[in-house]
Design a protein around this ligand. Structure first.
Ligand SMILES: [Zn+2]
Ligand SMILES: [Zn+2]
Length: 136
C-alpha cells in the first residue's frame, strides 16, 4: 500500500492507481461530479468557450482541457473550442493529435515494425458501406 498526498485537498490517502493519480477518493468524486456538470453545460451550450464553461461551472480551464485530451469531452464542429495538436499545433476537437499527425505516426510505426497499420474502426465509413450494400 502506498500513501500519497492528495493534490486537491492535501490529505494523505491510500494510493490505488487509476486515471486520477494524486487525488484522494473524495476529490475524485468531486471532480467526477464537476465533469458531469461540465458535460451537461456543454450539451446545453454547444458554442460555449472554455472560458465560459470554466466560469459557469467553476472549474479550472486546465482541467477542462485535460478532459478534452482524454477524449471524455467532445465538442461539436460549430463549437469555438479547439485544443491543439501536440505535434504540429493544428486545432483539434479532442485527443492529442490531429488526423494528419495520427496518420504520419501510424505510417512511421508501420515502417518501424514493417507491419500494416491496424485499421481503425470508423463509424461513418461502415455506415456508408452498409448503405452501399443495401443499394446493391
Ligand atoms: Zn483530496
Ligand atoms: Zn498535427
Amino acid at each position: 500500500m502506498e500513501v500519497r498526498n492528495c493534490r486537491g485537498c492535501g490529505r494523505l490517502y491510500n494510493y490505488v492507481g487509476g486515471s486520477y493519480r494524486n487525488l484522494c477518493p473524495d476529490c475524485v468524486k468531486k471532480l467526477e461530479e464537476k465533469f458531469q456538470e461540465v458535460k451537461r453545460y456543454i450539451e446545453d451550450n454547444r458554442v460555449a468557450s472554455i472560458r465560459q464553461i470554466s466560469e459557469a461551472c467553476d472549474v479550472n480551464p486546465k482541467q477542462i482541457e485535460q478532459w478534452v485530451r482524454e477524449e471524455r469531452l467532445v465538442f461539436s464542429d460549430d463549437s469555438p473550442i479547439a485544443i491543439f495538436c501536440q505535434t504540429c499545433g493544428a486545432p483539434i476537437k479532442s485527443g492529442k493529435y490531429c488526423e494528419n499527425c495520427k496518420e504520419t505516426m501510424s505510417d512511421q510505426l508501420d515502417q518501424l515494425y514493417g507491419k500494416k497499420p491496424i485499421e481503425e474502426p470508423k463509424k461513418k465509413r461502415s455506415a456508408t458501406a452498409k448503405m452501399r450494400f443495401l443499394d446493391n
